[in-house]
Design a protein around this ligand. Structure first.
Ligand code: GAP
Length: 489
C-alpha cells in the first residue's frame, strides 16, 4: 500500500465521520484526535472484539476499569518518573525538537531506499547498541557521522541529546499551595498492578490468571506522526497475566501465539503481520516482542507482548509497604506447597487507535464497477460485518405511497438487535454508495412490491448482489451473517 493510498484513507476517515482533528475550529491540537459518529462505533466494536476474546473467552481472565489518576508514588514504583523518557535533540537554527532515534531511523530508511543496504545495516546495529546502552553521546555522534540535517532549517547545528520525560503532569487539590503533582497515566497497566490483591481476593482468583482493562493513556510524544498512529492521548487494551515464577517462558510463548491468532481472525491477511523481537528491553521486561502490522508506511508496532517478571508487584510492595504476595497451595513435584511468592507477569498490550488505523487501511477499497458502456466506481470499507458501525441500512425506495411506514416498522424491529441506519433521501444508487463508504454490510430496500407481497431487497455490500426475501426471514438471515462467533470461535 502506498503513501498515496494512506492519504486517501486519512481523508476518507474525515469525510465519512470516522476521525476528526481535535478542536478543529481552533485549528486542531497536535497529535490529538476525536472519533466521529462512525469512528466511535467502529472503535467500540474493536474494543468489544478484544474484550470478548480476552475476558469472555477466558474463565481465568477478568476485567476492571481503574482510574486515570493514580497516587504519584505509583509512577515512582513503576519506574516511569526516572525511566520513561525519549532521547531528544534540538536544532539550534529551526528551534525544532526531534527524537534522536527517529532521525537515525529515517536515515536508515533513506539508505535502504537508495539501495545502500550495507550502510543501512551498519547504522541499524550502531543505533540498537546506543539505545541498549542508553548512550546519548553515541546517538549524537551517529547523527553527526551520518550528516543528518534538520528537515526544517537544513543545518547540522545540533544541541546535545537529552532525555525528556513523556508523562503529563497536573495538580490535584483546589488550592495551589496544597497542590500535589499528579500524572496522567502513561499506560493502563499500573491500574491493574495496584489492584492485584483486590481482584485476586474478591474474585478468589487462582494463579495463573489475568486482569484486563481498556482505557485512555497519555504521553507527551515529541514527534507526533502518521495520523492516529502516535497520539498524545490514546487508548490501550492491556492484560496482565499473573503466573508462577519460572513459568514465564512457556506463558510468553502461549500469549504470543494466542495474540497473533486473534489478529489473523480479522481476515486482513496473515502476511500483514510479523513478530519483531526487542533488542532494547524496557526497564521492566526480561523478554519482549512486538506484533507489527504492515501499515501503508511499512511494518510498525501494533501490539507489545512483554515478560515483565515480578518487577511491578515487587516495587509496589516496596513503595507502598503493603505485602503483595500470593499463597499457592498447590503441590510441586516433591509434594510441597509452592507457598508465598510475588507472581511473575506476562503482559499483552495493544493500542486501540493503531488497531483502528490498521482496520481502516486493510478494509479500504477503490473499485471499478458498472459495465463497459456505463463505467462507475465506488469506495468500500469491507469490514467484518460484526465490526461495521452500522450493520443494516433501511432504505425506502421513495418517500411516498406508505413505503417509509413499512421501512420504519422494519427499523423498529431490527434496531433492538443491530445498529441500523435509516435514510429516504436521494437516488438509491447514491444511498448504496454512502453505505459502502462507511462499511454497512447489508442494505434493505423497501419498494412497491413490498406492499403487495411483504418482501424486500437485501443488497450485499461486498458482492453488490441483491436478493428478494420475505420480511419475516430478515432476522434469521442477519443473525446468520452478523455474529461474534465468526471472530471468536
Ligand atoms: N504497558 C506496556 C506499554 O504501555 P507500549 O509498547 O509502550 O507498552 C503498548 O505501548 C501499545 O500502546 C503499543 O503497541 C501501541 O499500540 C500503543 N501506543 C503506545 N504509544 C502510543 C501512542 N503515542 N499513540 C498511539 N498508540 C500508542
Amino acid at each position: 500500500m502506498s503513501d498515496e493510498l494512506f492519504k486517501k484513507v486519512v481523508s476518507h476517515a474525515k469525510e465519512y465521520g470516522f476521525v476528526f482533528p481535535s478542536s478543529e475550529i481552533y485549528d486542531g491540537l497536535g497529535a490529538v484526535y476525536d472519533y466521529g459518529q462512525n469512528g466511535a462505533e467502529l472503535k467500540n466494536n474493536l474494543r468489544q472484539y478484544w474484550w470478548k476474546a480476552m475476558v469472555q473467552m477466558h474463565e481465568n481472565v477478568v476485567g476492571i476499569d481503574a482510574a486515570i489518576f493514580m497516587h504519584p508514588k505509583t509512577w515512582k514504583a513503576s519506574g516511569h518518573i526516572d525511566g520513561f523518557s525519549d532521547p531528544m535533540i534540538d536544532n539550534k537554527d529551526s528551534k525544532k525538537r526531534y527524537r534522536a532515534d527517529n532521525l537515525l531511523e529515517d536515515k536508515i530508511a533513506r539508505y535502504q531506499k537508495d539501495g545502500k543496504t550495507n550502510k543501512a545495516e551498519e547504522l541499524q546495529v550502531a543505533l540498537d547498541q546506543a539505545l541498549l546502552d542508553n548512550n546519548l553521546v553515541q546517538l549524537k555522534s551517529l547523527i553527526e557521522l551520518h550528516e543528518i540535517a534538520c528537515p526544517i532549517s537544513g543545518t547540522r547545528n545540533w544541541t546535545d541529546v537529552r532525555q525528556f520525560n513523556l508523562m503529563f503532569s497536573t495538580e490535584m487539590g483546589a488550592m495551589a499551595e496544597d497542590a500535589d503533582k499528579i500524572y496522567l497515566r502513561p499506560e493502563t497497566a499500573q491500574g491493574i498492578f495496584v489492584n492485584f490483591l483486590n481482584v485476586q481476593k474478591t474474585g478468589r482468583m487462582k494463579i495463573p490468571f489475568g486482569i484486563a482493562q481498556t482505557g485512555k493513556a497519555f504521553r507527551n510524544e515529541i514527534i507526533a506522526r502518521q495520523f492516529i498512529m502516535r497520539m498524545r492521548e490514546f487508548e490501550q487494551m492491556e492484560m496482565q497475566f499473573f503466573i508462577r515464577p519460572g513459568t514465564q517462558k512457556e506463558w510468553y510463548e502461549h500469549w504470543k501465539t494466542a495474540r497473533m491468532k486473534w489478529h489473523h481472525k480479522l481476515g486482513f491477511g496473515e502476511n500483514m503481520y510479523r513478530f519483531h523481537n526487542h533488542v532494547k528491553l524496557a526497564h521492566y521486561a526480561d523478554a519482549a516482542v512486538d506484533i507489527e502490522f504492515n501499515f501503508p508506511f511499512g511494518f510498525k508496532e501494533m501490539e507489545g507482548i512483554h515478560s515483565r517478571t515480578d518487577f511491578d508487584l515487587r516495587n509496589h510492595q516496596e513503595y507502598s509497604g503493603k505485602k503483595i504476595q500470593y499463597f499457592d497451595a498447590e503441590l510441586d513435584e516433591n509434594g510441597k506447597a509452592y507457598g508465598n511468592y510475588i507472581p511473575y507477569v506476562i503482559e499483552t498490550s495493544i493500542g486501540l487507535d493503531r488497531l483502528f488505523l490498521a482496520t481502516l487501511c486493510a478494509c479500504y477499497r477503490e473499485e471499478e464497477i458498472g459495465t463497459e458502456n456505463n463505467k462507475d466506481s465506488r469506495v468500500v470499507l469491507n469490514l467484518p460485518p460484526i465490526l461495521a458501525p452500522y450493520k443494516v441500512a433501511i432504505l425506502p425506495l421513495m418517500k411516498k405511497d406508505g413505503l417509509p411506514d413499512v421501512a420504519r416498522e422494519i427499523m423498529q424491529e431490527l434496531k433492538l438487535e443491530y445498529n441500523c441506519f435509516y435514510e429516504e433521501k436521494d437516488a438509491i444508487g447514491k444511498r448504496y454508495r454512502r453505505q459502502d463508504a462507511i462499511g454497512t454490510p447489508y442494505c434493505i430496500t423497501i419498494d412497491h412490491q413490498t406492499l403487495e407481497d411483504k418482501t424486500v431487497t437485501i443488497r450485499y455490500r461486498d458482492t453488490m448482489q441483491q436478493e428478494r426475501i420475505a420480511i419475516s426471514r430478515l432476522k434469521e438471515i442477519l443473525a446468520s451473517e452478523i455474529s461474534w462467533a465468526r471472530l471468536l470461535a
